[in-house]
Design a protein around this ligand. Structure first.
Ligand code: FMN
Length: 284
């Protein structure tokens, strides 16, 4: 019996994100039990950028529920992630967890390669902005094997299940989770499967998921991306992920080396400007 973890990034109970995960689970033909986790039920504080999680115990010093989420991810045989579009992106709850991602390295052995799918829900077709990229980023940072990430549409809670087009997409997602072959998807980054790019000029592009650059060729009528590895990749292989962790660790020694120079420059800026503090507004 497989253990599937459904991560709901929407705070709405019985909303579209929750329902879509439950419907995908119903359509998965591999015997499984479904556990659910609603991110807004958990206290997840913003990362403070202290890097403590990379050293010694490899535990984040913030007192919150992050480790319960990491433990649930490690326990899972497969993951279904859903997030609503808020203002043209996946909602902020998802990014708060992504920002804590350096703490995931401590659990890399248990996380690497977990099959996962991501589904975004937007109210208006075409107004999902960067939601799919947000889902892909979450799944990449927790070192999953991304089988498919896509959108469905519905504004009112439950509406997502009324639309025939969504039903077909939900079927595709259910079929993808335990599929061994890669997702048949074109055009995309040949290194990471990302499908969001920044145009750099002179035919050059950068993949917004793995951050590698290359060229795009449309001569045959189909866009083909030629993207090269940079030599400093964050998640393409398990080795890349751990090398990046090690590179971050080395920053501590580098910081010690140039601490004096940094202090000399930053102290000159110490008293510039006037800080606005919380509690100044009438309704605070
Ligand atoms: C604060 C907020 C911002 C939203 N922004 C967008 C948006 O930019 N584009 C869009 O298509 N839908 C947007 N929506 C609609 C939601 O994506 C949609 O209602 C979705 O079904 C919510 O999923 P849920 O029921 O799981 O919460 C927004 C909804 C809220 C509450």
């Amino acid at each position: 019996m497989k253990k599937i973890l459904g991560i709901v990034s929407s705070p709405r109970k019985l909303g579209n994100c929750e329902l879509v995960i439950k419907e995908i689970s119903r359509q998965i033909d591999v015997p499984h039990e479904l556990s659910l986790l609603r991110l807004s039920d958990f206290s997840i504080l913003p990362c403070k950028g202290c890097y403590t999680c990379l050293f010694k115990q490899q535990r984040c010093p913030l007192k919150d529920d992050l480790n319960t989420i990491i433990d649930a991810l490690v326990e899972a045989d497969a993951v279904i992630l859903s997030a609503p579009t808020y203002l043209l992106d996946a909602n902020a709850m998802l990014k708060v967890v992504i920002d804590r991602g350096l703490a995931f390295y401590a659990a890399a052995d248990g996380l690497w390669g977990t099959p996962a799918i991501g589904v975004g829900v937007a109210g208006i077709e075409g107004k999902e902005g960067a939601t799919v990229l947000g889902l892909q980023r979450f799944l990449s940072m927790f070192m999953a094997d991304k089988k498919m990430c896509t959108m469905v549409y519905g504004a009112l809670p439950g509406e997502v299940l009324l639309n025939e087009k969504n039903k077909a997409v939900i079927g595709d997602l259910a079929a993808a989770l335990f599929r061994t072959a890669p997702e048949p998807k074109e055009p995309c980054c040949p290194l990471c499967g990302g499908d969001t790019f920044r145009f750099l000029g002179d035919n050059r592009v950068r993949c917004m998921l793995c951050s590698n650059a290359g060229t795009v060729d449309g001569a045959t009528g189909t866009l083909v991306f030629h993207i090269e590895k940079s030599g400093h990749d964050l998640f393409l292989t398990d080795r890349d992920a751990l090398s990046h962790r090690d590179w971050l660790r080395e920053m501590k020694a580098r910081f010690k080396e140039i601490k004096g120079d940094i202090a000399a420059i930053t102290s000159e800026y110490k008293d510039d400007g006037t800080w606005i503090r919380p509690g100044k507004s009438d309704d605070a």
